[in-house]
Design a protein around this ligand. Sequence first.
Ligand code: ZN
Ligand code: ZN
Length: 402
Amino acid sequence: MLESIPGKVFVVGVVLLIAMIAYSSQLMVFGPALGGLTLKAFWFLAPLNVLVAMVFYNYYLAVTTDPGKVPSDWVPAVVIKENKQLGITGPRVCKACNIYKPPRSHHCRYCKRCVLKMDHHCPWIDNCVGHGNYPHFMRFVIYVDFACSYVVGLLIWRVRTILDSMRHFQFDADPNTSEIVFMVLNFVLAFVVLFCVGILSVYHLYCIAKNQSTIEGWERGKVEKLVRRSKIPPVVYPFDISIYKNICSVFGNNPFLWLWPQTPKSNGIDFALCNDADPAVVFYWPPRDPDDLRPSIFSIQYKRQQEKKYRQSTNQEVEDSVSDDYYDSGSFASDSDYPSDDEYRGSRHSQQLEESLYGLSGISPHENAYQRRGWESEPEDDDSVPLANLMPRKSPKESKDD
Ligand SMILES: [Zn+2]
Ligand SMILES: [Zn+2]
C-alpha cells in the first residue's frame, strides 16, 4: 500500500515533521520560557537552530544528489572464469539495464536502473541511497539524532523549571494550556524520531565500520553460512580495509570535516581492497551457493524441455529459442517472474539472450520473497550468470549487435 503513495508526499511529510518539532517547540515552549528575545534565549536556542539548518541542508542533499549512475561502457577489468564448485559464476551483469554491473552496484526496481554502491531505496528521501548520496544521508540522520536529543534535553530542562517553581509556590510561572500541549506533543514526536532514527544510525555506523552496505551485510551473512556449511571455501570480504579507513571512505579523509557536507571523492566503481583479498573477487562478489547452479526439476528450462518433449510426441510444431545449456537454481521461478516490459531494452535478439540469461540467474524462493517485500531493493542474482561462456570480455550492448 505504501508503494502507491507518491515519493514526494514522504518528502513533504519529513520536511513538515522536522519543521514542526524544530519551530513549534521554540515558539510555543522554549521561547516564552526563556523570556522572548533575550541573550539567554539566544545561547539556548542558537545551537538548536544550527543543528536544524544542518538537518535541512543534508536532507536536501540526500534527496537531490544522484546516488550514482553506472557508465554504460563499463566492463570488468579481469576475465572471470566460472567455477560452479566454488560458486563463481562469471562477471555480474544487469539484464534489465543490459550492462555489466561494477563492484557493489545493484539494480533498483523503483529507480529502474543500476545504482553505484547501492545501499537501499529510501522512501523517506524518495531516492536511492548509493555511492553519491550515502554520506549526505548519513549526516542527515546523525544531525537528526543531535537535534532531537537537544529538543528532548530542553524539554526536560523546561519540566524541571516548572517543577521547581511549583515547589517554591511560584504559581505565576505555571505553564498555560497551549504550552503543556506543545510540550507533550514535541516530547512524543522528538522521542519517537530519536528512537527510530537512532536505531537506523547505529546500524549504519556499524555498516560503515565494516565497509558494507545494507545489501552487502545481507550478502556477507549468506556467504558466511555457505562457508560454515563447507559449500564453498573461505572467501575474504574484500572491502573491509580497517575501521578508520572504512569511515574515511564514506566521510572523507579529514576527521574534522566528517560532519561537514561534502561530496565523495571516489568514483563509486574502484574501491580499495584489504591486503588478503583476491582482486578478482570484487567482479563476481558474492559467491553463489553451488547447489543453486545445478539443474533442477523446478527450473523453467526443465519445464520447457518437458513441454518440448510433449509437443514432439503429439507432432506439434516446436519452437524453442532458448539454449539447452543452462542451469537453474531449483527455484520456483515461473514466467511471471520475468522482468516487466519496461525493464526490457534492445532488440529481439537481446531479449532472447536476456530470457536465456534469466533462466540462469537462479533465484531461490527466499530471494523471491525478499524481492517482493517492501522498500529495499534486493540485489538481482544476475551475478550468477555464466556470461563468460556467452560473451567473454564484451559488454552486453556489443553482443546484441552480433
Ligand atoms: Zn540495472
Ligand atoms: Zn532506487
